[in-house]
Design a protein around this ligand. Structure first.
Ligand SMILES: *[C@@H]1O[C@H](CO)[C@@H](O)[C@H](O)[C@H]1NC(C)=O
Ligand SMILES: *[C@@H]1O[C@H](CO)[C@@H](O)[C@H](O)[C@H]1NC(C)=O
Ligand SMILES: *[C@@H]1O[C@H](CO)[C@@H](O)[C@H](O)[C@H]1NC(C)=O
Ligand SMILES: *[C@@H]1O[C@H](CO)[C@@H](O)[C@H](O)[C@H]1NC(C)=O
Length: 426
């Protein structure tokens, strides 16, 4: 059993890692549960987000999956018999040998193990081919959103495309039967003409506060972020007192600060996006709120969020479920003609980038700026001319645009281009 913590993206990774661990241990998997988090405040369970039957059936030749713990095990006090395994009991990125040595004996003794949390608890390497492949099958094939999410996701995509009825490259994988259907008498769906860019601007207060950077908001901003850190990152506040940490200026020049909306706008403009570009902004809790968003909408008036695209009645069924709202963002970003991220460390952006590689046939670019080089361009020269700026930004982005094979130790979800995942070996 596994009860995954974190938001929907962490949960997705935990689920597929649990599938691999179940296979490693020759165990049956109980349909994963999701832990209620005080951050995400969403009580959604697996079946509220993913199609249960498809998940079970798709993986049936790999591992048996059951909906509930079998009757005879239900009465056990798992905690008392030592079958509850917390994140603190498993090293981060644990290797298969860890599970064979420490977890298999519990399974043999008690017939059941319950992982609670399971965040980032299985290494990318070394991993037997068969298990890596299974993680890949799980992430890219076994997890399908439920019709409620697919239907609204499809509606969002269609509206982003200005009602264009052409079929997008990834649509069928994302929204299943709700993808644009062929009209009677048509051989193929007509090619889609309307395009949009999706932007994941990771500039929420948690990230902003954690970075220890400054964003031009002066004394007020410093107070606000320090207050937030006191509540949410007490260890960081402690470190700030006792250790000599890099100054905000140093952090900025090393490209360690989250990209500000103002910088993101400049980057996109330098890449050639303009007032006519339709932009979908994922998430929507930008730190600094509307005044900060203004930078984006002034230059890109065709920028919208799911809150703009859906009527109150259409979004209402998702209102209490941040994970399901994030699933809608996942669909619209993955289906976009171009996806731009500002933070390559974000699990959300990583999963989307991976999906676009896996299903995109090389036609679904992801913009991932090299923040250090961008910082260089933004910081060093106050008198830079637009043409020079443009050239340098394009260079800084192009450098990170290439799709390459999975480097050792990196996630198969983010870098599916490898023998265990995208490439047929025999
Ligand atoms: C799982 O089953 C396979 C095939 O029956 C066997 O080779 C392997 O040793 C088993 N692994 C464990 C951990 O029991
Ligand atoms: C798309 O269709 C809807 C409903 O028919 C309509 O309200 C909307 O204005 C259309 N959008 C565009 C850009 O044509
Ligand atoms: C959301 O939560 C509020 C308050 O708990 C409740 O009144 C409302 O019915 C819920 N909406 C849905 C769609 O579940
Ligand atoms: C600033 O940019 C100008 C041209 O745009 C260039 O001539 C100058 O050398 C740059 N200065 C620095 C410090 O990079």
């Amino acid at each position: 059993m596994v009860t995954a913590n974190g938001g929907i993206n962490q949960q997705r990774v935990a689920v597929c890692n649990a599938v691999a661990v179940a296979r490693l241990l020759n165990a049956t998997l109980v349909l994963p549960k999701f832990m209620y988090s005080s951050v995400w405040k969403d009580a959604s369970q697996f079946g509220d987000i993913y199609q249960e039957e498809h998940f079970i059936n798709y993986l049936k030749d790999d591992i048996p999956i059951v909906k509930e713990l079998p009757e005879e095990l239900r009465s056990l006090d798992l905690e008392a018999i030592g079958s509850v395994v917390m994140d603190t009991d498993v090293i981060k990125e644990a290797k298969p040998s860890f599970y064979l040595k420490y977890i298999l004996p519990i399974l043999h003794l008690n017939k059941v193990v319950h992982f609670v949390g399971f965040g980032n608890r299985l290494a990318s390497d070394p991993m037997p081919h068969e298990l890596q492949r299974l993680r890949c099958r799980c992430n890219f094939h076994a997890l399908r959103f439920v019709p409620k999410i697919q239907e609204t996701g499809a509606m969002l995509i269609r509206r982003m495309r200005q009602n264009d009825t052409g079929l997008g490259h990834l649509d069928p994988y994302l929204v299943g039967q709700y993808a644009q259907l062929k009209k009677k008498g048509e051989k193929d769906s007509p090619p889609k003409k309307s395009r949009y860019l999706a932007l994941h601007l990771r500039f929420e207060i948690d990230m902003v506060a954690h970075s220890l950077c400054e964003f031009g908001g002066g004394e007020e901003e410093r107070h606000e972020l320090e207050a937030y850190r006191k509540v949410h990152f007490p260890a960081l506040v402690e470190q700030k007192k006792t250790k000599k940490l890099p100054s905000p200026k140093q952090l900025r020049s090393e490209g360690l600060c989250p990209l500000m909306p103002e910088e993101t706008v400049l980057m996109l403009a330098a890449l050639g996006f303009n007032r006519r570009t339709h932009i979908y902004l994922a998430g929507s809790h930008i730190y600094g709120g509307y005044s900060r968003l203004n930078a984006l909408t002034t230059l890109f008036p065709n920028l919208v969020t799911k809150e703009n695209l859906l009527t109150p009645a259409e979004i209402e069924p998702f209102g209490n479920f941040s994970s399901q709202l994030a699933a809608l963002d996942f669909i619209v970003c993955t289906a976009a003609d171009v996806f731009a991220m500002t933070d390559s460390g974000s699990q959300f952006s990583s999963l989307i980038a991976g999906y676009r590689i896996y299903y995109g046939g090389g036609k679904m670019p992801t913009i991932r700026p090299n923040k250090r080089r961008l910082a260089d361009i933004f910081e060093r020269n106050n008198t830079i001319e637009w043409k020079v700026f443009e050239t340098r930004v394009r260079k800084a982005v192009r450098q990170n645009k290439r799709v390459f094979s999975r480097p050792v130790g990196r996630s198969v979800y983010r870098y599916p281009r490898c023998q265990d995942c995208m490439c047929n070996t025999e």
